[in-house]
Design a protein around this ligand. Sequence first.
Ligand code: PMT
Length: 221
Amino acid sequence: NAEADLAGRHVVVSAGGTREPLDPVRYLGNRSSGKQGYALARTAAARGARVTLVSANAALPDPAGVDVVHVGTAVQLREAVLKAAADADAVVMAAAVADFRPSAYAPGKIKKRDDKADPTITLVRNPDILAELSADRARPGQVVVGFAAETDDVLANGRTKLERKGCDLLVVNEVGERKTFGSEENEAVVLGADGSETPVPYGPKEALADVVWDLVGARLR
Ligand code: PMT
């Protein structure tokens, strides 16, 4: 996309997967590499936007010309995204955010003790950042985009999720142990709150990113 159609816009993108610590050496995490979110950040910058990328545990180099904020947990990601969203025209939540975190953090490494019962992990709910962003828009007309990582009934689950979260657009992609996570390509359907459906064929994550910015740009104009 040669034209700088996002010039003068500030966009916020989250990427990667949150890690929820159990003790100083262990965490609950997920398989997100951050590649889809970084592709969104790079393409937005190439189209002239000022970009804030909130990155959770992605082992990727900071993209040139992008403000990168590095975070670890879902609670930290929420803080950073809400702060950056205050003056943003659009927010795209591509990060895989943990829905739950361990209820307690053990300050020392949890030990295997043969005389004790196997330990159980109790989880508590994390804040739903996408639902919060959608419900309390930082400025009128701000466009909020979510992703849905689904393993089955992809479209039906996506439609339900779009309504529950209240965002303007939801990018529905299928995931598996080796599907989408970490790969260079993706395939998706972008659902609109207006009922629209935009299928994006299998291809580079940048191509999907450009379709997302086309749809965001149309809603900003
Ligand atoms: O990083 P890659 O390896 O390139 O893989 C890309 C991807 C699969 C991670 C990405 O394309 C993707 O689907 N990201 C969203 C993953 C996810 O958390 O999906 P979800 O269906 O669990 O969550 C739905 C939406 O709510 C997401 O926009 C998520 O950021 C947001 N969310 C979820 C939980 C929570 N507590 N707060 C949130 O804001």
